[in-house]
Design a protein around this ligand. Sequence first.
Ligand SMILES: Cc1cc2nc3c(=O)[nH]c(=O)nc-3n(C[C@H](O)[C@H](O)[C@H](O)COP(=O)(O)OP(=O)(O)OC[C@H]3O[C@@H](n4cnc5c(N)ncnc54)[C@H](O)[C@@H]3O)c2cc1C
Length: 416
Amino acid sequence: MTTPLNTLIIGGGLSGLTCGIALAKTGRRVAIVSSSTSSLQLNGGAMELLGSVDGKEVTHPLEAIVSLPPEHPYQKVGVDRCGTLAVEAKQLLADTGIYTTGTVEQNHWRITPLGVTKPAWLSLRGMATSDAPDRLPWKHVTLLNLQGFVDFPIQFVAHNLSQLGCEVTVRDIFVESLCQPRRNASEMRAANLARTLGTGSKLRQLAEAINQSTTNNEVVLLPAIAGLEDDYPVTLLRRLVNAPLHFLATMPPSVPGTRMAMMLRHYFKMLGGTYLAGDTACRAEVAENHITGIYTAKTPDKAQIAKHYVLATGSLMSLGLVATAEGITEPLFELDVDAPIEREQWSHYGLLGDQPFMHFGVRTDATLHGIKDGKSIDNLHVIGSILAGHNPLTMSDSTGVDLLTALAVAHEIIEK
Ligand SMILES: Cc1cc2nc3c(=O)[nH]c(=O)nc-3n(C[C@H](O)[C@H](O)[C@H](O)COP(=O)(O)OP(=O)(O)OC[C@H]3O[C@@H](n4cnc5c(N)ncnc54)[C@H](O)[C@@H]3O)c2cc1C
């Protein structure tokens, strides 16, 4: 007879996988059901804890967290615990094989795919970063351009980097072994190149081409096109290239983001977790504020039963929330959602401004239990970007919320 599930997690993005790993590490029997790819594949290789409050950039996130409103997920996790949970998150990533630079005490600045700086908490090892928002750590860099590459607006990036007080030389490199994806112009994408490069002769040819077009003492920046499944190709390329080499985030889908997703999933399975990919939780049985079973698209007649359930289905983009004629809803449990009913209030014309829909999310009680018709569901926790009370765009708090709420909920389940 198989042991009953301790926890069923719905959604296998950053938050679901982190919670799953933390639980599986303690021997709990955990399953994750996940419909599709997650937003991690769009992540440029950096994680944010808190980058901005009331329009002001934050340097010391733990100090700024204290001033957040009570509905912010960090307040629910406990302001005093945020530092410890952040350290634990960095360690969990390292256990997974995802090595990062950066500390919880002080933000650094990541470089976006457009070549501008944004505050960050952790950056994947090898990514180009700065310790200040308005300058780069180098006086001169060589920016490498792969002919025909479509995921990197090279002139735009070069211009923006030069605005940060850095002299930028753009150099084209041509690598015979990377010609295969070039047969079709739309195939010169970061993920295709990473797949083609692998760790063998093609990666060595790329290193040789870089060495031939640069000198030893130049700092070289290359779009992040190495290491789709793990970071060995990143380490190897940096070893083979004579000059200091750093990677720049590309337009999504992103190689570092995909790598994180694959490594987390691999580690979760290695710990004994069950990952039900390509399946969707589509119906829930709830009785007296208690979940008794979940039905998925692939098992519509057999309930998945667990002691605890965790909702980690992401926001509007991942269909954790959906916009219907009736309003913004959470489709699986019909949880209470923090969003106005009137459609005109969902967005406004300032395309790049603080869009109202970025605030929408599911309401939770003080311990992150989902709320339905005003009452907490006692065996359902909610984690990650589906939560109300934070704003990834204006506060740069997205991945911090994902990781810290996932760990806080895992601890609560473990202690029960
Ligand atoms: C374009 C873009 C770029 C970003 N770049 C950065 C960055 O550089 N740095 C940073 O810190 N943050 C970044 N973020 C934010 C960060 O990536 C997200 O906060 C994070 O990935 C969200 O994780 P999550 O687990 O909450 O949800 P998601 O990653 O959205 O995962 C939710 C999962 O649940 C699944 N799902 C949904 N409904 C169901 C269902 N009913 N049954 C089963 N499965 C279901 C979905 O298919 C999905 O796989 C970016 C986000 C976007 C959109």
